[in-house]
Write a protein that binds this ligand. Structure first.
Ligand code: SF4
Ligand SMILES: [Zn+2]
Length: 313
């Protein structure tokens, strides 16, 4: 179990949030090429899950207006979080006066009863990892195992029951050039907006033990440029879009040239809380022209990253 505090967007303003990672048996799918969660998780009894939740919320305060409960899998999977445990958690948060809960689930576990159970107690965002609206990319590049239509059906269930949908999009799935990745994320945002209340752009990073890590080690993959992230965040209109640039500036994370990464990460975090594209004004660096060349030419380089720097491994 892990727990930390941060800020989140709540009704258009920054609000205190508490993130709780519950240690469950983990995701049942475990096949996504970019996901390191397959190695996480272990047997967890109902008593154990409740004990983790109690420990995580022991010092919950009125500052914690948003609570996010993640499991490295699906909160709505009844094998991961048995329904009686789920209800106890929901009751606990409602009694504590938490304003909003965010949970994650694969679409196949989004059942109307489970959504209603949650929404009846606390305003809830149901986050789903659509990653891309392109079924071919989701299937072949990420091995996600569900279709856009299945995501859309689950989103309708959530909305019919009075919940909200948070849709994760992945910037730069494997095998996409930098330019194709930007176009894919912009297109995916447009396609997902009718089904989503908020979009969350995840900048692909290299997690240990994944097929993506093997590609990266061979120089066949480079995490997205932060310039690309800004391009996507600026280009989306019609729904709030947030982004937490995890591992920004690290060789396994989204990065530019090293000199400007920190300023980009700061601007991206600021934009997530304000939705003001003004956060990106003034971002300039000499590496801009290198990024522009990569976007322009990478498609011609047989899909291989032009600037994969394997010497940095
Ligand atoms: S990305 Fe999500 S669905 Fe895919 S293996 Fe990881 S936890 Fe499971
Ligand atoms: Zn730079």
């Amino acid at each position: 179990m892990a727990v930390w505090r941060s800020k989140d967007l709540l009704d258009g303003e920054a609000a205190g949030s508490l993130t709780i990672i519950l240690r469950t048996r983990g995701c049942r799918w475990r096949r996504c090429t970019v996901c390191g969660y397959a190695s996480e998780g272990g047997p967890a009894t109902e008593e154990d899950l409740i004990a983790q939740f109690r420990a995580a919320t022991r010092d919950l305060s009125s500052e914690d207006r948003v609570v996010k409960i993640y499991t490295s899998g699906s909160f709505l999977d009844p094998l991961e979080v048995p329904p009686p445990v789920r209800v106890q958690i929901l009751d606990g948060l409602a009694a504590a006066g938490v304003e909003k809960l965010v949970v994650e689930s694969r679409p196949e576990y989004v059942a109307i009863e489970a959504v209603e159970e949650s929404v009846a107690r606390i305003r809830t965002d149901f986050a789903m990892g659509l990653e891309t609206s392109n079924d071919l990319v989701r299937d072949r590049s990420i091995a996600k195992g569900f279709s856009f239509e299945e995501f859309a059906a689950a989103a309708r269930v959530v909305h019919d029951a009075g919940g909200s949908v948070k849709t994760y999009l992945l910037l730069k799935p494997p095998f996409l050039s930098e330019g194709a990745a930007i176009a894919d994320a912009l297109r995916s945002a447009r396609d997902a907006i009718p089904f989503s209340d908020v979009l969350s752009l995840n900048l692909c990073n290299i997690q240990k033990g994944t097929p993506l890590e093997r590609m990266w080690m061979l120089g066949d993959y480079r995490p997205p440029w932060l310039w690309s992230a800004v391009e996507v965040l600026r280009g989306v209109a019609g729904a709030p879009i947030i982004c937490d640039p995890v591992a920004a500036g690290a060789r396994r994370g989204p990065h530019n040239c090293g000199r400007c990464d920190e300023a980009f990460a700061k601007a991206i975090r600021e934009h997530a809380l304000t939705q003001d594209a003004g956060a990106f004004e003034g971002l300039e660096c000499r590496c801009r022209s290198a990024w522009e060349k990569v976007v322009e030419l990478e498609d011609l380089a047989f899909g291989a990253p032009l600037d994969a720097d394997t010497r940095r491994l």
